[in-house]
Ligand binder design. Structure first.
Ligand code: HPA
Ligand code: ZN
Length: 334
């Protein structure tokens, strides 16, 4: 097996990170206090109780219920800045060089917070991270698939200026995967591409959903990469297509274990992806909830795939760079 030191130094890129999922309990409670937000009575009342809950999610929906409550403590532009900046500071120490990060505008606009407040707070943290830490980044707005597609269209309209000026670099789709298949969002993806023809597109698919969700995200939404995507392994034809078209899967090992998608990281079809030349990257998803940031995910995979040597890891790092949405010049630096 490779050394932890090697994995730390390996130039890493992250492509599947929800900024709201970096909200640690020790920031959540102080923010609730600062913003005078009353958490539901059934919500754990201490950092310890909340951490305890995070170890026992039953599935994606159980996690999402807590995740959306946590999100409610974020109110002011400074809160969004603080949240993202804390993330960048943490992963800087773990050898992260480039981050393409998600956020859910609708989790905030539905509570009366403007998309500008959220976007500018995050954007300021991204700028500071590049300036002071050398971490480049892209913001990706996600649509909540449990919301009405009509409302999602409105969200896209409200994000128009940020899409046009490049503050928002991409569009994604998250929240409960089943029973909200990709075809519900065809119009949304079309409209976003109308606003900016070269907007980067991705979608969560094949985490709890079937391989068909992955195929439909490619065919119907025009996604250029797929978030999670691990259920692609059940469709031989799809696997060949991902390899041929160089569609990267943004795999989240610790997340998949915590949400009981797999029993252990060793069950993930990563060796099969390598053998079939399917590009994938390793990511933390919602690190405050799933017990680990980017390097923790790399370390766990190295533990569960101990026969991978330096060449295999260099290949994974290269998949991540090539699958990033940054300019050719930045890819060369990475
Ligand atoms: N899947 C779906 N929605 C999400 C996730 C996820 O892993 N994380 C945050 N929102
Ligand atoms: Zn995710």
């Amino acid at each position: 097996p490779v050394s932890p030191e090697f994995l730390k130094e390996l130039p890493k890129c992250e492509h599947h990170l929800h900024l709201e999922g970096t909200l640690e309990p020790d920031l959540l409670f102080p923010l609730a206090k600062r913003n005078q937000i009353t958490l539901p009575e059934t919500f754990p009342q201490t950092v310890e109780e909340l951490q305890e809950k995070y170890n026992t999610f039953e599935d994606l929906q159980d996690f999402l219920n807590y995740y959306y409550i946590g999100t409610n403590v974020l109110i002011n532009e400074q809160d969004f800045f603080d949240l993202a900046w804390a993330y960048f500071e943490k992963v800087h120490k773990q050898g992260l060089h480039h981050a393409e990060v998600f956020y859910d505008p609708q989790s905030h606009t539905s509570r009366g917070i403007s998309i500008s407040t959220v976007t500018r707070g995050f954007q300021r943290a991204c700028e500071k991270a590049e300036l002071e830490l050398g971490i480049t980044s892209k913001l990706i707005m996600c649509l909540l698939r449990h919301m009405e597609p009509r409302e999602c269209l409105e969200t896209i309209e409200s994000a128009k200026e940020f899409i046009e000026d490049g503050t928002i670099s991409g569009l994604g789709l998250d929240s409960a995967e089943r029973p909200f298949p990709p075809n519900l969002f065809i119009e949304c993806y079309e409209r976003a591409r109308e606003i900016k023809s070269d907007l980067n597109l991705t979608a969560h698919a094949g985490e709890e959903g079937t391989a068909q969700y992955v195929t439909d995200s490619l065919d119907l939404l025009n996604a250029g990469r797929i978030d999670h995507g691990i259920n692609s392994i059940h469709d031989e034809e799809l696997i060949q297509r991902l390899a041929n078209e160089k569609i990267m899967l943004t795999v989240c090992p610790l997340s998949n274990v915590k949400l009981q998608v797999v029993k252990s990281v060793s069950e993930l079809p990563l060796q099969e992806f390598l053998d079939n030349n399917v590009p994938f990257s390793l990511n933390s998803d919602d690190p405050a909830y799933f017990g680990g940031y980017i390097l923790d995910n790399y370390l766990q995979v190295a533990k569960d795939f101990p026969h991978w040597d330096y060449n295999v890891w260099a290949r994974i790092a290269k998949f991540g760079i090539e699958g990033s949405w940054c300019e050719a010049k930045r890819k060369n630096e990475l």
